[in-house]
Design a protein around this ligand. Sequence first.
Ligand code: GSH
Length: 330
Amino acid sequence: MTNRTGALPILYSFRRCPYAIRARLAIDASGLLVALREVDLKAKPTDLVAASPKGTVPVLVHPDGRVLEESLAVMAWALAQHDPGDWLRRGPEATAPAERQRIADLIARNDGPFKTHLDRYKYASRYPDHDPRQHRQEGLAILREWNGLLKAGGWLLGERPSLADVAVLPFVRQFRLADPAWFDGLEELAPLQAWLGRFLASPALAAALAPVAPWRPGDPQGLFPPHRRLHHLALASEWEQARRDGSYRRSTRGQSLEDVGYIHASFEHQLAATHARFFAGAPPLRRLEIDPARLSAPLALECAPGGHALFPHIHGPLNLDAVVAVEPYP
Ligand SMILES: N[C@@H](CCC(=O)N[C@@H](CS)C(=O)NCC(=O)O)C(=O)O
């Protein structure tokens, strides 16, 4: 209803919101790409309120009108597409079900009690009947629990990150920001400070916090993450022909844009399988690396028939200046 088919999912987001930050971190990790609409929480776009009347961010609106109204739902959707670090613990290990339960428990502790204390400590003026020092102490007690877990392997579940770390860290970041000097001086929290420090220095957080102006209807489509590239495998001879023609109009091996209606492309994690499935024994190939922000034609995320993996489809000719690198493949 508020998005159209043949388009990207739209993420309504707010740069500093910890719920929206964790949703963006999961989308970045998943290798996907969405349209980003930064929301001014004091002037929420009517499209957002129509899609999700409760009016919180993040909200993800799919091209078919399906709406995800909770940050955890957005994270689960993205990581169900691709979860290179097994943050969801869907792997074959016998420990996976117990780990999923621990993840759920940790996130519930964060989203419930820790968030309550964080708000009453950091935004004390909004809660005149509460004592911010007491809420700081109660938040600190929860941080001590997490600190104990982090001692073992550096992550909440041990030696590898999971959804719990990514879901909780943006809130711990906020807790620190209320009084960084006090927080950084808490020597008993050294493992937790190291965990937060790695997060604060990570390129993923930098990408999630890239400055962005509030979206207004009619603005050009913003994309998240901004560094995402698309990939298309082209026969070297057809790419050379496109350079002479001034645009590229092949969809996939043996099929034109006119045959299919769009140009097939892949996210990086899909490229090897695309090659194995469609290009075995092909003549020399070129991998075209495409900056989606430079495309003249509309870009969509769509499922291959019978599958649920979302692929990028370019609904029109590929303008050559959107191709930022060309290399032999494999
Ligand atoms: N349970 C929601 C909570 C989201 C939330 O509370 N977001 C805040 C911003 S951090 C919000 O949109 N508040 C609405 C407002 O301030 O008007 C989720 O996980 O997505």
